[in-house]
Design a protein around this ligand. Structure first.
Ligand code: ADP
Length: 383
């Protein structure tokens, strides 16, 4: 459970942190405030207890003096289906809809609801706002979001492309618009443990690589991304896999981990590749090829490109991956400055480049906080 606390008036970040290993052994809370980072271990069995621990820590550290100071809480909710296209104030009806949508995101929506309910119990006065990871992609056209399977399944089960990482892609879209002007044709490569690419026209999602689920598209830390769908039934038959086992293979045992055989973490893969580990080299090449193929295909969909952005853990920190991708786009007149790339400068394209290439740290929490602020400002002022 990640969090950031903002001052509503000044938009200043007061504290941020993360709970890890909730409900597993040695859960920890790492919190940074006033330039200091502390890690504390605590006995947290579930998300409810994590919220309680967070409230107590905020009080103990004097970040807030009273729980009543917290006037709004924003939540990242994975799946908003076709119902939620914008940040939404949480009501009982909204909670029920998020619960219904758990069918489409069984690993995420139930946990998101737990968080919403836990905060509600500790902060009944606060306005709760759900910000959906799918919402940004609701501008996709039918011909991009519809799968070429029997049409009735789209109607019957909602099987279509939804896309994820929408909060991150939207943050990047807003950032680029604010600092460089609204780009007509932009591609954002969000490369983290989960990775996705979004093609944007005039700042709006045009198409994106994640699909009905966040397993689709690029190769990821442990997810395979797009593969021939017949591999699934082949493995089910020949390895005697159940549905759950095949899910595990596709979501937990594939990607960087599956190819390297030792890690899903790009830092480990890059290090091993420099030491001559051939499986790590292969993992790096497949990862980069997938990004190149998708960026290339989205350039065709957009009929050109003005701005290419790299973001998230790998996008922000891996000069190697950025270089591997960019050196295959030189036919478009895209040119990066090696030094700027090594230094992780914000603009890594050279002065000759026909396409701007940017490295921008994503900040989903900031966008969520802004959504909460907007909703609070829309509340009627009590006389
Ligand atoms: P999540 O999708 O969980 O939010 P992140 O956006 O934090 O993930 O990205 C995690 C990925 O970023 C990991 O594969 C990690 O190895 C990679 N990463 C972080 N720092 C570096 C670095 N300096 N060089 C290469 N990869 C990095």
């Amino acid at each position: 459970m990640k969090f950031q606390i903002y001052d509503l008036e000044t938009s200043k970040l007061l504290a941020k942190g993360i709970f890890e290993r909730i409900g597993i052994d040695h859960p920890t809370l790492t919190i940074s405030c006033q330039g200091k980072k502390v890690e504390q271990s605590s006995i947290i069995a579930n998300h409810h207890e994590a919220v309680q621990e967070l409230m107590q820590t905020l009080l103990d550290r004097g970040i807030i003096l009273d729980l009543l100071e917290i006037v709004g809480v924003g939540h990242r909710v994975a799946h908003g289906g076709t119902i939620f296209t914008k940040p939404t104030v949480v009501t009982e009806l909204v909670e029920a809809k998020i619960e219904e949508l758990a069918e489409l995101a069984p690993l995420h929506n139930p946990i998101n609801l737990l968080g919403i309910r836990a905060f509600k119990s500790y902060l009944p006065q606060a306005l709760e706002v759900a910000v959906f990871d799918t919402a940004f992609h609701q501008t996709m056209e039918e011909a991009y979001y519809t799968y070429p399977i029997p049409y009735e399944y789209r109607e019957k089960y909602g099987i279509r492309r939804y896309g994820f990482h929408g909060i991150s892609h939207q943050y990047i879209s807003d950032y680029v618009t604010e600092h460089y002007g609204l780009p007509e044709k932009m591609i954002c490569a969000h490369l983290g443990n989960g990775s996705s690419i979004c093609a944007m026209k005039n700042g709006l999602s045009y198409t994106t690589s994640m699909g009905f689920t966040p397993t689709a598209g690029l190769m990821m830390g442990t997810r395979c991304g797009d593969i021939d769908p017949m591999i699934v039934s082949f493995l089910e038959k020949h390895e005697n896999f159940s549905g759950n086992q095949i899910d595990q293979v596709i979501n937990q045992k594939s990607g960087l981990r599956g190819i390297s055989g030792f890690s899903s973490d790009m830092r480990d893969i890059e290090l091993a590749a420099t030491q001559g580990n051939s499986r790590a080299e292969l993992a790096l090449d497949i990862f980069a090829n997938r990004v190149i193929e998708l960026v290339g295909s989205y350039i065709s969909s957009l009929n050109g490109l003005d701005v290419l952005v790299f973001t998230a853990g790998i996008g922000e920190h891996s000069a190697t991956i950025r270089k591997k991708v960019c050196q295959r786009l030189t036919f478009l007149g895209l040119d990066i400055d090696d030094k700027k790339n090594q230094d992780h400068a914000e603009e890594i394209s050279s002065s000759n480049s026909k396409i701007k290439v940017l490295v921008i740290p994503t900040n989903e929490e900031w966008l969520i906080a802004q959504a909460v602020k907007e909703k609070l400002e829309q509340l009627p002022v009590l006389a």
